[in-house]
Design a protein around this ligand. Structure first.
Ligand code: SF4
Length: 440
């Protein structure tokens, strides 16, 4: 193969999916360097950049794979974008591969919408094998976790293998694709509206402190000032169950602080992660205060109704939310508390209870982050009907927003929720399970 004809893998950095693409970049860099694979990595940060790469003469000469990663609410816009792109870049050399939680829950729908392959489950082993096969001029069919259509039949290739986080980088060092470091994957809490435990596994897998420090050091060498971390439940680091392992968390935060020194900033239990309310105790806050630069914490509250907390299997009650806010404020953190309206079965009494709790927490000094329920594919609530939100509830939310006590995009989310309900009704396809290898 002439070096000018090396296959391309383009990572498409749309508005969302950045963290997943950073992980894929790191995995590809590792696979390419370990096996000296003749594959070139490219990046597109928007549609214009992607279109121009795909229309270039260079692209016509080689096999090109475009990697997309998106969430369920973006599915509709992704599909229209893909359709327009395929119209303007007609060539048999380009394969579009989708990944992420939506695609994992709805591979057949993703393929029917126009993607050539749908990566199901964790992407690391899938993308590494794609790179190896592209380099060897082999077909991509037959890779575990990489689903495709054979005519009108959906070929189910099972799931990509669950990985050990320490075996794969959390970022693309060579291409400087840095961001928050994923320290924990999977979640053992089974909140019924959430895709996390159903996409990965309902247990925690943690990145080791040594491995985290290795990447913190690299980020420091690259002059990064802020250090953030991705976890489904920040205070579950080092724990196998619902208990908090404060010793592990303190070791983690103390080592990072020692590595980055006082002049760089360490954020934990805030964007892009959150903390469960029962994990916010004087002892855990003492550690956060000692090592982090946070001025706020993100706390999952979800509802002021005991009945709704039970329905969605949150595993905590309303009093715990109030206690978490009380403790956080006492330690000088602004609590940002997530609320969700429209959960299946929510009555006006339940919504009233949430509004009363939100008003109470706001009066104490918390900020309320409002959401509207979405029936996310792959969750136990995927086929449930969202409860309608009343004018009375909307007025109460507006008041909280207008006084600066609350934020969030409830109205657009009501529309997205309706669209998801519609998408969830896509008829099932004929399916076959196969490991046979064929051509693209
Ligand atoms: S909402 Fe949070 S705690 Fe609940 S399952 Fe999802 S990630 Fe875990």
């Amino acid at each position: 193969m002439n070096e000018h004809d090396h296959p391309w893998i383009i990572l498409y950095y749309r508005k969302t999916g950045k963290y997943a693409l950073n992980v894929l970049t790191g995995t590809l860099e590792q696979a390419i360097s370990n096996c000296a694979l003749p594959v070139e990595l490219l990046f597109a940060n928007n549609n214009t950049e992607l279109t121009s790469l795909l229309q270039s003469d260079s692209c016509q000469r080689r096999k090109t794979v475009v990697c997309w990663s998106f969430y369920s609410p973006d599915f509709e816009s992704v599909v229209s974008e893909l359709g327009r792109l395929k119209e303007t870049t007609k060539t048999g050399n380009i394969l579009h591969i989708a990944g992420g939680v939506h695609c994992s829950a709805r591979p057949a729908q993703t393929l029917q919408a126009g993607f050539d392959f749908a990566a199901v489950g964790e992407g690391e082993t899938i993308i590494a094998e794609i790179a190896r096969r592209l380099a060897g001029g082999q077909a991509l069919r037959g890779i575990q976790g990489l689903h495709y259509l054979d005519g009108q039949t959906w070929v189910n290739q099972h799931k990509g293998r669950l990985i050990d986080l320490d075996d794969y980088p959390p970022c693309g060092v060579e291409h400087k694709k840095f961001g928050a470091i994923e320290i924990t994957r999977g979640c053992l809490y089974g909140c019924r509206f959430c895709q996390t435990p159903h996409f990965h596994k309902a247990r925690f897998r943690h990145r080791s402190i040594d491995n985290i420090l290795h990447y913190v050091r690299i980020m420091k060498q690259n002059h990064l000032r802020d250090y953030r971390f991705i976890s489904p439940s920040s205070m579950s680091y080092g724990s196998e169950d619902t208990t908090v392992n404060l010793e592990a968390i303190e070791r983690l935060l103390a080592s990072i602080r020692a590595e980055i020194g006082p002049q760089r900033r360490l954020f934990y239990g805030t964007f892009p992660s959150e903390i469960r309310p029962e994990h916010i105790t004087p002892d855990s806050l003492h550690i956060l205060k000692k090592y982090t630069d946070n001025d706020n914490l993100i706390i999952g509250g979800q509802s002021g109704s005991e009945a709704m907390l039970r329905t969605c299997r949150r595993g905590h009650d309303v009093d715990v939310i109030v206690e978490a806010v009380t403790h956080a404020l006492r330690f000088g953190f602004t609590p940002n508390v997530d609320f969700m309206y429209g959960m299946p079965g929510e009555t006006q009494q339940d919504a009233d209870a949430s509004i009363r709790l939100a008003q109470k927490l706001a009066a104490m000094g918390a900020r309320i982050h409002n959401h509207f329920f979405m029936p996310l594919p792959g969750t136990p609530f995927q086929y449930a009907t969202p409860a309608p939100i009343s004018r009375k509830t909307l007025q109460a939310l507006n008041l909280l927003h207008s006084r600066g006590h609350a934020y969030g995009k409830v109205i657009p989310q009501i529309e997205l929720s309706r669209k998801l309900q519609h998408q969830n009704k896509t008829p099932a396809m004929t399916e076959k399970t196969s490991n046979s290898k064929g051509s693209d």
